[in-house]
Write a protein that binds this ligand. Structure first.
Ligand code: HPA
Length: 238
């Protein structure tokens, strides 16, 4: 069996998927954090693996960049492979009172994308995280003394240019992170009955033109992956 974009056998993908943007990060996560990781997809080089973390079956797959790419994969994972939980692991731009390296848990994701409106009669959808996943990650972070910030974020279709007043609007609404995927994933999760949460490290500060060095990005990735994996064992599947 395969879908237009995922070339995996039925049952090859766990019910929980970590979802970094970069497929090479998916491979790195699988080889570093999972036991007995087996590749289940290489179509379009969007690598996906299934292995175990502390005995629990877990998959990790690249999502690509932006709402269209990540939504294609998430839809096929949910509808065809029975995936029930998706945790996006990524980086985001920071706005206002956040610092490079801060770990954000996206409670809500506003957007300039029309993706959710296309499914919702052109109305505004309140794209928000799954509460059980959020609680599990917040509780694990508290137990492990890892600083996290539950935050409003914004998913943009324009990495370059776009709305010249965007940062002003974001600051006005206490939105502190910008990514390119979460709002679409959250809307899709509502429709597909998935649990979804975005866990992101602030890698660029957009007010201050600061950028995280590569080594610190690696540390940020390891921190997010560890937090997510430790939390998922404690989050009841919805
Ligand atoms: N914009 C959108 N997505 C991002 C950014 C950004 O500045 N940095 C990391 N992901």
């Amino acid at each position: 069996m395969s879908t237009p974009h995922i070339d995996a056998e039925p049952g090859a993908i766990a019910d929980t998927v970590l979802f970094p943007g970069d497929p090479l990060r998916a491979r790195h996560i699988a080889l570093t954090f999972l036991d007995d990781a087996v590749e289940f997809n290489a179509r379009r080089n969007m690598l996906g693996y299934t292995g175990r973390y502390r005995g629990q079956r877990m998959s990790v797959m690249g999502s690509g960049m932006g709402i269209p790419s990540s939504a294609i994969y998430a839809t096929e994972l949910a509808r065809v492979y029975g995936v029930r939980r998706i945790v996006r692991i990524g980086t985001c731009g920071g706005v206002g009172e956040v610092a490079l390296g801060d770990l954000l848990l996206a409670q809500s994701a506003s957007t300039d994308s029309r993706f959710n409106r296309l499914h919702f009669g052109d109305h505004d959808l309140a794209a928000c995280a799954d509460f059980a996943l959020m609680k599990a990650v917040v509780d694990t972070a508290a137990r492990q003394n890892v600083a996290v910030r539950v935050a409003h974020i914004f998913s943009t279709d324009c990495f370059y240019d776009g709305d010249a007043d965007l940062l002003t609007h974001l600051r006005r609404h206490n939105i502190v992170g910008i990514d390119m995927e979460s709002a679409g994933l959250y809307g899709l999760a509502m429709r597909e009955g998935l649990q979804c949460l975005s866990v992101m490290t602030v890698s660029d500060h957009l007010d201050r033109d600061e950028h995280m060095p590569a080594a610190e990005r690696e540390q940020g990735l390891a921190r997010m992956v560890t937090l997510a994996l430790e939390s998922l064992g404690n989050a009841p599947a919805g």
